[in-house]
Design a protein around this ligand. Structure first.
Ligand code: KIV
Length: 282
């Protein structure tokens, strides 16, 4: 049975930390789910991590749905959240509802995530009224990168900290079941977490959020991009291990040390002889 949004809410009430991980494919989802992660976010960071774009802006609904379906197939217990791509929920309400519904109906996700605060509260309200659970996302919101200008922390000035607090309140009032706080000072995240009844999920937001999110390739050391220590921690160096394994493979193929005859299927010698005779006769 998958976790539900009410069980995620109960985790906050019981003081049990919520573990979220951003992932994009069947294989990772299976491992992550078996390891006990509570929520898998199919993030639009897909664009950079898996598809090689230089931002999440070009990511399409079709790409997100393709990966969401794979994550849903790979997981059994985790709540799966699909990240709505840039401009799929801002233009018009009907379009936002239709696109969010596609994540649930076609993608098999149990919830969607939207970036923004007071500016998207009305959309959150409508989606929730249609039965679509919504996770909010404030702080550093990469879909707004052309407006923000950089990937620096948010909520570091008095004005922006107050704005984030109001954004969080607006999302909760609109019915969001949880809010991601990305790259905000720990003290601000602590206050927002205390003020809200719904869970906060931090990424680069200190230890006091109700839960934490990381990108799977970052914690496994698979990416080549530098990720600041304020945001992420490496639990393995799989990128190096994979490179070593693949260069061993390259060496063995070149040297014909793999595959050997032991790695092949047997065939009766008389069939081989007959085939050789036939081949020679041609
Ligand atoms: O796309 C993503 O992975 C995200 C998380 C970092 C919250 O939005």
């Amino acid at each position: 049975m998958r976790l539900t949004i009410s069980q995620i809410q109960q985790m906050k009430e019981k003081g049990e930390k919520i573990v979220m991980l951003t992932a994009y494919d069947y294989l990772s989802a299976k491992l992550i789910d078996e390891a006990g992660v509570d929520v898998i976010l199919v993030g639009d960071s897909l664009g950079m991590v898996m598809l090689g774009y230089d931002s999440p802006i070009p990511v399409t609904m079709e790409e997100m749905l393709h990966h969401t379906k794979a994550v849903v197939r790979g997981s059994r217990r985790a709540l799966v959240v699909g990240d709505m791509p840039f401009m799929t929920y801002q233009v018009e309400m009907g379009e936002a509802i239709r696109n969010a519904a596609r994540f649930i109906q076609e993608g098999g996700a149990q919830a969607v995530k939207l970036e923004g605060g007071q500016n998207i509260a009305e959309t959150v309200k409508r989606l929730v009224s249609c039965g679509i659970p919504v996770m909010g996302h404030i702080g550093l919101t990469p879909q707004y990168m052309h407006q923000l200008g950089d990937y620096a922390a948010r909520g570091t000035s008095r004005e922006s900290a107050l704005r984030l607090l109001e954004d969080a309140r607006a999302l909760q009032a609109a019915g969001a079941f949880a809010i991601v706080l990305e790259s905000v000072p720990a003290d601000l995240a602590t206050i927002i977490t205390r003020v809200l009844a719904i869970p906060t999920i931090g990424v680069g937001a200190g230890p006091d959020c109700d839960g934490q999110d990381q990108v799977v390739s970052d914690i496994l050391g698979l990416g080549t991009e530098f990720v600041p220590k304020e945001i992420s921690k490496r639990y393995a160096s799989l990128g190096d291990a994979i490179k070593r394994a693949i260069s061993d493979y390259v060496k063995e193929i070149k040297a014909v040390t793999f595959p050997t005859r032991e790695h092949s299927y047997p065939i009766a010698p008389e069939i081989v002889r007959e085939l050789e005779d036939l081949a020679l006769a041609d």
